[in-house]
Ligand binder design. Sequence first.
Ligand SMILES: [Zn+2]
Ligand SMILES: [Zn+2]
Length: 379
Amino acid sequence: MVDVDNAASEEVVEERKVHEDFSRIDKPFGLEQHVFNWFWLGTAHVFGLYYFYLVIAGKLSTSTFLFELLFGYIAGMGITVGCHRYWTHKTFKANLPLQIILMTMQTMSNQYPIRKWSLDHRIHHKYTDTNADPHNSTRGFWFSHIGWLLLPKHPDLQKKLKTFDMPDLENDPIVRFQSRWYWTLTAIIHFIIPICIFRYFWGLSMIHCIAANYRRYLVSLHITWCVNSVAHIWGDKPYDKNITPAENSWVSFLAAGEGWHNYHHTFPWDYKAAELGWKINPSTMFIDFFAWLGWAYDLKTISQTMLKQRLHRTGNGSHNLQGIDETIFDKDDFDYSVPADVTELMKDCIHQPIWGWDDETIPEDLRNVTKTLRSKGNN
Ligand SMILES: [Zn+2]
Ligand SMILES: [Zn+2]
């Protein structure tokens, strides 16, 4: 476990000013976040597990399952595509209608507002597995899965939360609007609409409607948390053997393509969050569809040169080379030498964590070997 106290003290620790739209979310209903979470997540578990009991006991039909799956998947894409790949990592650009759709989908998921989710996640990428990492996986499976939401934050993390700058999101009108009206929007989109649907189409009693909605919520929460816990413990590390995030196809299956976590932490600005775009990756399909419509554009992805160089330098040798452009090298005689066009500066930057495309610490060389797909004007 790395102590970042010293590193943090050398940085500028001036607290950034947080607009009221955002600061009121930091203490929901005046409570410390982790105290509030005991009530919030406790309620979700009690109602969600009660629904499972009703189904197992034969007191409730399972026919709501398909609706829950559909609603849960749309909400999940709000996290994977919207909150994660768009707002947190800036891996592509979106026009206003797509931003509104993604914000609505993210609100369906009820995993806190975009700005708060993104702040935690950028810090997670920048300080992975240190005390400043919100779900530091070196503190064990349960801490990285759910414990981090129920325990007081480590002082190193508190410092980062006060100083980590995100001017792009704090000036984003959609992000500000959502934070300002978060509880109202959540009440309508996350609670009232699905509960009305359960009531109207299945005629469930009100308590059963609430339980059914909570079951969907509970499942989606645990799937999201698996990315922080399971995908930081179990899986292969073909891209960087020095980090905990791993390639986990089960997590990818459940989390719409977010389990290719060794790749994602190695190249967090790639819109696919994986090397092979559509392999167990519905979130990439979603972005590609909207890119085809022209609503998503400037999709960032890794060049073959960058991939090859990184496999050479930090991979654990397990990469089976499938999907790599074979014109670059002979599959049977993989050349691990560093390509000539990779400069010294780029070699040095590979162990410096980067949170995403707009991270100012990305060296220019690395930007130059990143490909941009469907640039505006090329469609
Ligand atoms: Zn990420
Ligand atoms: Zn991670």
